[in-house]
Design a protein around this ligand. Structure first.
Ligand SMILES: [Zn+2]
Length: 196
């Protein structure tokens, strides 16, 4: 990235952060979304946080376990191979669909029906950073929905904010402006007690 870009980004971040926190207090989620998206868009491409339900769920699935109903072993969801097979004629007639998803257990080599497989989600330890957030929650009509919406929108906004903050601190660490190498070295030396 160009050398001048980081201080500009820092200034923008401070401003957008203020805007974000203020909008969050006022529950103005349009501005919340805008301020976060604006700083995210200003980041160098490699540091941007993606917004995608699909990718977010895929990331979480990395820590999803499936349990074999024959031998009770727990395997990682990402390690199983899911296959689509034709159902038995009678079952197909009863359920109205002729295909089903199955996976073979690598331990006992028996087949499991995916839709009946117990799944265990291992929650990643906080703080965790996935570099992707789900799509922002959508707003619905009723009063109950609105209360629910505030909670979900706030949780989503903090998730997005935390991800961006993490990328921002990564960027600061990885960015080494010319002429400041010496200063950084001195700092590290002081911290680690490495004297030559
Ligand atoms: Zn098994």
């Amino acid at each position: 990235m160009p050398q001048a870009a980081l201080p500009d980004l820092n200034t923008a971040w401070i401003m957008d952060k203020r805007e974000f926190l203020n909008a969050l207090k006022l529950k103005n989620y349009g501005v919340v979304f805008w301020s976060l998206s604006s700083i995210n868009a200003a980041m160098p491409e490699d540091y941007r946080v993606e917004i995608s339900d699909q990718k977010y769920n895929d990331e979480l699935k990395k820590d999803l376990l499936v349990k074999c109903s024959h031998c009770d072993i727990e395997l990682k969801h990402k390690d199983i191979v899911v296959r689509e097979v034709l159902k038995h004629h009678v079952v197909a007639t009863m359920t109205g669909t002729d295909k089903e998803k199955v996976w073979e257990c690598s331990n006992c080599h028996k087949y499991n029906n995916l839709s009946k497989t117990p799944m265990i989600q291992i929650k990643p330890k906080e703080p965790y950073f996935l570099k992707v957030v789900p799509n922002p929650p959508s707003r619905k009509g009723s009063l109950l929905d609105r209360i629910e919406y505030h909670k979900r929108a706030e949780a989503w906004a903090y998730r997005f904010y935390t991800e961006i903050s993490h990328q921002m601190s990564k960027l600061r660490t990885e960015y080494k402006p010319k002429g400041e190498d010496q200063e950084e070295l001195t700092h590290i030396d002081g911290g680690e007690g490495l004297d030559f």
